[in-house]
Ligand binder design. Structure first.
Ligand SMILES: [Zn+2]
Length: 393
């Protein structure tokens, strides 16, 4: 297939240097404040340790944030990302208001703190302004969710509008719209957010089917599965990014694939939370474009995220080879392009706008490796800490 790119198509050779220069790695889904939770949620009892008990700890962390700590924690998270070769982040930002739910005088203050932290860390950022309204169908927001919520979707879109105006023309900042999930917003909000994103050609991100409970609630409230609901309000397009997609049914994969949308898998977080494994091979077969996200910052290793996208699928399918490369000549090159160029497009950047990621070919992980297999060795056996961002494009 002519459209499959070879490694030499992807790599930029730098004369006289033993390094491989590749498209810059992108993490398309992040909650930077959750970096402060690392190590704190690993002692739960077997009976009580679930996604939902982890969420309680995360809400407590969220309640404690102020503008200064939002900047400080985000900066730690972003510095660490950049140190392992990541060039851009899609920040799914949902803590907007004060702890009692009252907006700050400057409604986008916390978004600005996150953006500033990313810029100071040397990253490109897409601020995905989250819309959040309720705990679930017919259930008002809980105390720990008040900081996320707005009483109507017009206020959400007004904030997106002010962020767009503030960062218009900024080479390193984009803005997108993110209805949190079909659980956290009513159907009409998804429709409004999708229409706004379409009108302004913005990325539209949503958590989709991370846990089975969300699918069951959606079926009970709307009589359809999450992706079907999003399709019914014209939400699917090549700008739509479904985060996780753990419990997607085949017909939902088909809907998303036909729209040329993305699934952003977050393998290191999904395994930490015990979420389960998305049907990655099926998603690929249906034409869904894959990308990856660090999500909860439980592990900061952009190479591990790429590798897990494929190796978890091997465990799920009990098969050594889980996909036929369609955009590159080898599985490793395809995984790299998914983690770089797909990630860039998923957050609204053209890959050519972003810096590159360089791999030191003299690193210990590549000892004994024939250079023809260097990219395979990096993706399947390398360490993110040996990747570097370089500024030359
Ligand atoms: Zn998330």
């Amino acid at each position: 297939m002519n459209s499959r790119r070879t490694i030499s198509d992807i790599e930029t050779t730098v004369a006289g240097e033993r390094r491989m220069v590749l498209p810059g790695l992108v993490t398309a889904h992040s909650h930077a404040f959750q970096r402060a939770l690392r190590g704190q949620t690993q002692r739960a009892a077997r009976e009580t340790g679930t996604f939902w008990s982890w969420r309680e700890a995360m809400y407590a962390q969220g309640m404690a944030l102020d503008p200064e700590s939002t900047y400080r924690i985000s900066r730690v998270a972003f510095d660490e990302l950049r140190a392992c070769g990541v060039v851009a982040v899609g920040e799914f930002h949902y803590i907007h208001h004060q702890s009692d739910g009252t907006p700050y005088d400057d409604r986008t203050l916390l978004s600005d703190m996150v953006i500033e932290a990313a810029l100071d860390a040397g990253l490109f950022i897409t601020l995905l302004r989250v819309a959040y309204f309720r705990a679930g169908a017919g259930r008002a927001a809980e105390t720990g969710q008040r900081r996320f919520c707005d009483p109507d979707v017009d206020l959400v879109l007004r904030d997106v509008e002010s962020l767009r105006a503030k960062y218009r023309g900024h080479a390193r900042v984009r803005v997108g719209v993110a209805p949190h999930s079909v659980r956290a917003v009513p159907k009409e909000w998804v429709r409004e957010c999708a229409a706004y994103a379409k009108k302004h050609s913005l990325p539209l991100h949503m958590h989709v089917s991370e846990v089975q409970g969300e699918v069951d609630e959606c079926l009970a409230e709307h009589g359809v599965r999450p992706m079907e609901l999003i399709a019914s309000v014209d939400g699917l397009s090549e700008r739509f990014v479904a985060v996780h997609g753990t419990n997607l049914a085949e017909e939902e994969a088909t809907l998303l694939g036909e729209a040329r949308g993305f699934v952003c898998a977050c393998p290191t977080t999904e395994r930490d939370l015990g979420d389960g494994l998305a049907p990655i091979a099926t998603l690929r077969e249906r034409g869904v474009r894959m990308c990856v996200g660090i999500d909860s910052h439980i592990v900061t290793d952009a190479i591990e995220e790429l590798r897990a996208l494929e190796t978890h699928e091997r465990l799920r399918l009990r098969r050594r080879v889980t996909f036929e490369p369609t955009i590159a000549s080898t599985p490793a090159a395809q995984l790299w392009l998914e983690g770089s160029e797909h990630g860039a497009r998923a957050i609204g950047f053209d890959p050519s706008e972003l810096p590159k990621t360089a791999i030191d070919l003299g690193q210990p992980a590549l000892a004994l490796v024939d250079e023809r297999f260097a990219l395979d060795a990096i993706v399947y056996g390398g360490n993110g800490l040996d990747a570097r961002v370089i500024a030359d494009r």
